[in-house]
Ligand binder design. Structure first.
Ligand code: SF4
Length: 233
């Protein structure tokens, strides 16, 4: 995919969703950080359900510490890996207070030093909270990057590095959200909805899903392609 095609691909994603936002519900940097930590290997929906009850009770590092690990566990017990996450969030709150005055740091190294915060979580927080043009690769972005050919790589780190290199600068800040939302709602793992995809002409995925009324037919050589069904007489 050349630069003109990549630019047009992002222009179309931007046209569909000019102001992309995270699906996570948060009201300040601390809530965002904790929500992203809780969302590791869990759905945003499950995190939002838990935090809808947690935030009104405790949404600062001190309030979470006052709540204590056992009660925190209770609030987040519907989220995968909640026991480990509760431990990490408590330690994270302690460190935020001890080292950063309770404020989420705008610094990758400081973020990654917090318990439960890896490079992906740090990237999301830097991007969403502080407007740093960085791309964190989750399962959705990994799939979209590989299918489209934007960044056909074998590991999430390599995909992230490639995407940050090939994404036109003017689209870099929001690329993370455009790609994640595209993968979550349209370029789905099992059945991508290629028939209504705005970037289909740039996408290198061979087995595109045909629209209803079209059938995937196998040519003599190569992969299936979508062909219109003969009209019923
Ligand atoms: S054409 Fe299909 S596979 Fe390609 S990005 Fe769109 S939905 Fe995904």
């Amino acid at each position: 995919m050349n630069i003109a095609q990549r630019t047009e691909l992002y222009r179309r994603l931007a046209a569909v969703n000019p102001n992309p936002r995270s699906d996570l519900v948060y009201g300040n940097h601390f809530e965002l950080l904790v929500a992203v930590v809780l969302s590791a290997q869990a759905t945003d929906v499950s995190v939002n359900k838990a935090t809808a009850k947690l935030w009104p009770v405790a949404n600062t590092p001190q309030a979470i510490l006052d709540l204590g690990e056992a009660r925190l566990r209770d609030y987040i017990k519907t989220i995968g890996l909640y026991q480990t996450k509760a431990k990490n969030v408590i330690k994270l709150c302690e460190q935020l207070l001890a080292l950063h005055g309770g404020v989420v740091p705008n610094d990758r190294k400081a973020l990654e030093a917090l318990p439960g915060v890896g490079s992906k979580t740090a990237s999301v927080v830097l991007n969403v909270a502080f407007g740093v043009p960085t791309i964190a690769v989750d399962t959705h972005i990994f799939r979209v990057a590989n299918r489209t050919g934007l960044a056909a790589e074998k590991t999430a780190d390599k995909v992230a590095a490639k995407l940050e290199k090939v994404t036109p600068k003017e689209y870099l800040l929001n690329a993370h959200h455009w790609l994640i939302l595209h993968g979550r709602y349209l370029c789905k793992a099992r059945t991508p909805e290629c028939w209504r995809c705005s970037i289909t002409e740039f996408c290198k995925y061979k087995a595109k899903t045909p629209a209803a009324g079209e059938v995937a037919v196998k040519p003599l050589k190569g992969k299936p392609v979508a062909k219109k069904k003969a009209a019923a007489r």
